[in-house]
Design a protein around this ligand. Structure first.
Ligand SMILES: Nc1nc2c(ncn2[C@@H]2O[C@H](COP(=O)(O)OP(=O)(O)OP(=O)(O)O)[C@@H](O)[C@H]2O)c(=O)[nH]1
Ligand SMILES: [Mg+2]
Length: 426
């Protein structure tokens, strides 16, 4: 059975207590926010949240994950509230899941499973479905032994959607074969995607990728900029598959904007690996628009998480414009704290004037600006580089320097900017 076909009829079946373990010196704000986010994730997955619990502890217990005393508390609370499920804010080992399941007589779901489950519910395209199944199986494989009894007893709901249920009776070898098969099918899809991208590239169309934390407003921006109707909602992970829409920019020509899946803290590694193919759209983009929900009290944290995932993908250092979105929801204080700079823009996706300003920035970034560079005469290497990556319009030789006036093609220049930047005089 495909991951996405198992998502119906189990909504609201899970009645859960949410548990988070804090081992570091996270601030109270961060701990609270992280729990709020877990609540949103659980609700997005269709879970009824009964209660939450946080435990501070030096490190995770190898058997129970949290301390035994806390486990007992959770068990009492679960009985009191007639709960069915306990959801952990971190990733658990297979052994911990089994111990907790047995002792609490409840379904145990960890953060990774919860996120994978939401993705399974959202996956619509063939590529998305394949990727989610691959991520779920990669998660399941090392945890498989002895899982059968519990999972089959638990029936439906979160954590049981996707491959888990049906693959239980089958052995590890079967799963490995399926993983190989999925990888092969995904390779095929990736190849198609790549061809498509190369065609677009040859046509000289600029590629702009929208990236950012989930719920930052990426799809809304895509819709408003390109007058499209992509699904956007006040939900986590509203978007799963990258969607591209083109948009004319008067002085640049056609620009293709691509919306991508949102990021979140502790994004499961298997998921990032499985979604590499779709996220490669980001690597190929000429420009990244990093969309931030400026009204979130955790916006700095969000930026850090997104930068981290971009780095994991190998997209760090790409030309990026920071878009602080939702400023209509910001307090004056929050607005004031937004950094200013050439590559930073504060907007509301709902405001037409702001969207025009964003288009202007895009135009400026993509069109290439005219600069004057002055090189010491002996730096023939840099002069040659400048000729290679920009359109030199004027060249003048002075006594000890060569002065070039050139139009920067942002695409090529971005790659060598750090070497040439020091020589830009105007
Ligand atoms: N007030 C206000 N709301 C906004 C703005 N931009 C987006 N929103 C709302 O924020 C919510 C999330 O927007 P989306 O566009 O779905 O966010 P996303 O970044 O695509 O989210 P994922 O697909 O989950 O990663 C929606 O309810 C939007 O209507 C804004 O500038 N101001
Ligand atoms: Mg979206």
């Amino acid at each position: 059975m495909k991951a996405s076909t198992m998502t119906t009829s189990t909504e609201l079946e899970d009645r859960a207590i949410l548990v988070s373990l804090v081992t570091g010196d996270e601030t109270d704000d961060l701990v609270r926010y992280s729990m709020e986010e877990l609540v949103r994730l659980a609700e997005t997955a269709g879970v009824e949240v009964l209660d939450t619990a946080v435990q501070k502890r030096e490190k995770a217990d190898s058997k129970w994950f949290i301390g035994k005393g806390k486990v007992e508390e959770v068990r009492d609370r679960l009985r009191e509230l007639n709960g069915t499920t306990v959801i952990f804010n971190q990733e658990l080992s297979g052994g911990q899941v089994r111990n907790l399941e047995e002792y609490l007589d409840a379904k145990i779901v960890d953060r990774t499973q919860l996120i994978l489950d939401i993705f399974a519910q959202r996956a619509k395209t063939r590529e998305g479905i394949l990727q989610v199944e691959l991520a779920q199986l990669s998660y399941l494989l090392p945890r498989l032994s002895g899982h059968g009894k519990n999972l089959s007893r638990l029936g439906g709901g979160i954590g049981t959607r996707g491959p888990g249920e049906t693959k239980l009776e089958t052995d590890r070898r079967h799963i490995r074969n399926r993983i190989t098969d999925l990888r092969r099918q995904l390779d095929e899809v990736t190849r198609h995607r790549k061809l498509h991208r190369e065609r677009r590239k040859k046509s000289g169309v600029y590629q702009v990728a929208l990236v950012g934390y989930t719920n930052a407003g990426k799809s809304t921006l895509l819709n408003r900029m390109t007058k499209s109707d992509v699904y956007a909602e006040n939900k986590l992970f509203a978007t799963l598959d990258p969607t591209s829409r083109s948009m004319p920019l008067p002085s640049v020509g056609e620009v293709v904007l691509t919306d991508t899946v949102g990021f979140i803290q502790q994004l499961p590694h298997d998921l990032v690996a499985a979604f590499r193919a779709t996220l490669e759209e980001v690597l190929e983009a000429d420009l990244i628009l990093h969309v931030v929900d400026a009204s979130s009290s955790m916006r700095e944290e969000h930026i850090r998480v997104v930068d981290g995932v971009l780095e994991e993908l190998g997209a760090q250092g790409k030309e990026t414009v920071m878009i602080y979105n939702k400023i209509d929801l910001c307090t004056p204080g929050e607005r004031e704290m937004i950094p200013t700079g050439e590559n930073t823009l504060a907007i509301s996706a709902m405001n037409d004037d702001h969207l025009e300003a964003l288009k202007d920035v895009l135009e400026r970034r993509l069109m290439g600006e005219v600069v004057t560079m002055r090189f010491p005469i002996e730096r023939g290497d840099l002069i040659a580089l400048a000729y290679r990556v920009s359109d030199v319009m004027e060249s003048e030789t002075e006594e000890e320097a060569v002065v070039l006036t050139a139009k920067l093609q942002s695409k090529a220049f971005a790659l060598s900017a750090s070497r040439l930047e020091p020589y830009i005089v105007k």
